[in-house]
Design a protein around this ligand. Structure first.
Ligand SMILES: NC(=O)c1ccc[n+]([C@@H]2O[C@H](COP(=O)([O-])OP(=O)(O)OC[C@H]3O[C@@H](n4cnc5c(N)ncnc54)[C@H](OP(=O)(O)O)[C@@H]3O)[C@@H](O)[C@H]2O)c1
Length: 314
């Protein structure tokens, strides 16, 4: 029986039902935010603003190696280029080679050293593609410091009642990319991260992972599964690799104009400040927590929000 229910029965006996029944846990009443996370940044001025990262945090990324999926468009492109701007080696994965090339072209236009960006064409839902991707990555580095599990599929448009109308094939395709592939990529990348002692994984979720909006059921379920995948992997990694710096977290990027959301006017660079804040965090940072790109720390299901500022200098 949930604790609150036991308390409420106890309270009823004592004639204090309403007072206790409506009392929420203290933590969920608070919205904790990290201050200084930038939202509207012009990527052309990255040398000046470093996407909001203090100099020491920006410098921590220099020389690290990260793998970003869905790096040929949208949020993945923005995060990849910002990591390279900070001096990190970045492995950019997507299925379309020409989109990965467009990311490199954008990097050149932004004055970023794109020699640090290695395109690795792969379908992350295919195990052999991932094995091949690791072969390519291993030709360049002996270890990785982090992974951004960003690639995903929007919900196939089948009308207003997809949970009634979607075909099994379309459901399976959605989950193969949005959930199974994120797990597979993490599993594939873990040995390279244990080599570095640093296990930094960001799972890109969505507000949909908290929602039950009619018309978006399958996508909502896939993002809710990503939330649980991120938190479960975080808990498993910290037990399995007790001597490693494990920080596996879930990031809600909010809306931006990307291939999957042409209707937004927000820039995908709006996610960079929070993504880099998480990836550059010193050891003993958050693990198994949920964050919004605007700096808010979130809770999911029974989890509580992380209650320390992510940018406070140690
Ligand atoms: N934009 C928004 O408003 C919004 C809001 C909430 C959450 N999100 C989340 O943000 C993340 C990034 O999305 P986005 O908005 O940047 O959309 P996007 O531009 O459509 O990016 C999705 C990327 O995933 C790649 N991809 C898809 N399936 C793949 C596969 N099987 N293997 C490898 N790569 C694959 C695509 O490249 P290829 O087709 O070349 O493979 C594409 O580059 C997603 O997790 C999304 O759910 C976005």
């Amino acid at each position: 029986m949930p604790l609150s229910l036991r308390w409420s029965r106890e309270a009823k006996r004592k004639g204090r039902l309403l007072k206790v029944w409506w009392k929420r846990p203290q933590v969920s009443d608070q919205v904790f935010s990290t201050q200084g996370i930038l939202q509207q940044v012009d990527p052309y001025f990255w040398r000046e603003h470093h996407f909001g990262l203090p100099r020491a945090r920006w410098d921590r990324l220099n020389g690290c190696a990260f793998w970003v999926t869905g790096a040929g468009t949208g949020y993945g492109r923005a995060i990849s280029l910002a990591l390279a701007a900070a001096g990190a080696q970045v492995f950019l994965t997507g299925r379309r080679k020409e989109k990965l090339q467009e990311t490199l072209d954008e990097g050149i236009a932004l004055g970023i050293n794109i020699d640090l960006c290695i395109p690795v064409v792969a379908d992350i839902s295919v195990e052999s593609d991932l094995a091949h991707a690791v072969e390519i990555i291993s030709q360049h580095v002996s270890h990785l410091h982090g992974l951004v599990n960003n690639a995903a599929f929007p919900q196939p448009g089948v009308g207003p009642y997809p949970l009634a109308d979607l075909s099994l094939a379309a459901w399976s395709e959605l989950f193969a990319t949005n959930v199974t592939a994120q797990w597979l990529t993490s599993r594939t990348a873990l040995p390279l991260m244990t080599n570095s002692g640093m296990i930094r994984i960001i799972f890109m979720s969505s507000e949909a992972g908290w929602a039950s909006t009619p018309g978006f059921g399958p996508y909502n379920v896939s993002k809710s599964a990503v939330n649980t995948l991120g938190a479960s992997l975080a808990a498993e990694c910290v037990e399995h690799f007790p001597n490693h710096d494990v920080q596996v977290n879930v990031l809600v990027p909010g809306e931006a104009c990307t291939e999957m959301n042409r209707g937004s006017t927000e820039s995908p660079y709006s996610v960079v400040s929070m993504a880099l804040t998480l990836l550059s965090h010193p050891p003993e940072g958050p693990n198994g927590y949920f964050f919004h790109r605007d700096g808010r720390h979130l809770a999911f299901a029974y989890s509580t929000a992380y209650m320390k500022d992510l940018l406070v200098q140690k």
